[in-house]
Design a protein around this ligand. Sequence first.
Ligand SMILES: [Ca+2]
Ligand SMILES: [Ca+2]
Ligand SMILES: [Ca+2]
Ligand SMILES: [Ca+2]
Length: 369
Amino acid sequence: MLGSKVKQKIFLLISILIAFIAGCSEQPPTGHDGSGTLVLYSLWDTSSVEGVQKIVAMDNAKVILVSEYGTIIKYTDQQGRLELSHLPAATYDISVRKNHPDDNNIILCGSLRTVKVGYDKTVSDTIYTKPFSSFGISINEIYSAGPVNNVFYFFDQFIELYNSSDEIKYLDGMLIARVSGNSEGKGPGADEGDDGDIDGITYYFKFPGNPGEKNYPFNPHEFIVLASDGVDHRTACATSIDLSKSDWEFFNQYSPEDVDNKTVKNLINLRSDRTADFLISLSGDVVVITTGEDSVYTDGFDISTVIDGVEYQTSSSPLKTLDSRIDRSYAICPGKYTGKSFQRREPGLDTNDGLLDWEILSSPTPGYQ
Ligand SMILES: [Ca+2]
Ligand SMILES: [Ca+2]
Ligand SMILES: [Ca+2]
Ligand SMILES: [Ca+2]
């Protein structure tokens, strides 16, 4: 016979177990199906473009929802409304975007952070969008981490660009810069002195020619790869990647040792005091592409010439320094020597909010999504 105290203990344990199992059944399901509902409205105040205040529905706008369960992409209806049911209980980051109806160089976008959708709950929210000018070219992927290796090999870095517009763009005279200086001021990519230019240009390389010339077309919906060295890096490091088919490579003509693959076009260095190749920090840096109309790096590049810029870091703790007119947040990047890259969730998806726009890839995708 069990003593009454032992019986009580067993009863208590069983009760705890039952409560635990019941509790588990209320946890969010592990699949992508759930019981939450989210009703979103997306609106746009046209006054900042047209001069007259008018609230307009963002009809047929692309909505991107990101949660621990992955990414959902949907479109709003004619009234700017989107209803999503069967959502797993989770916290969602949401962005919405569409092209301006009359001007392809303007993108309307807005975002909402940490929208909590509970179990069996319906949540409604409204996203207001703002216009952003867009050159149609964005930095689409960055591979900075280096391959899995223990000999500190990271010379297989590349930057991928994407033309999200419907027209041919020209790369002539454009600049790519690493912005990691200005540490004694507000930090890399901040506008020191509030004079409208970003400071801390470490080095910058240029496409041949001058802005406005049309010798180097960048076709609509095309990806191009800018490799540090456009070679097959697997010969140097077996876990690396083949970049010998890259569109461009960074070639520092002042370096005694930089590689020049004759079949890959060169971006050349504009700072004669820099003899290193175009390499970026493995786990945290700022990269920008500009039109090249401002090529005087000493006082920083004029923000109006910046086509796109990305600040990346491995965690959310370091201070973000890139000017918020270029990006409001930063991209989370993979750690050093992981062989991973980070890329926009959709080709060219650029809402100027790096945390929402980018995701880590388990392996790089040079030249494709
Ligand atoms: Ca400045
Ligand atoms: Ca090189
Ligand atoms: Ca070359
Ligand atoms: Ca890619």
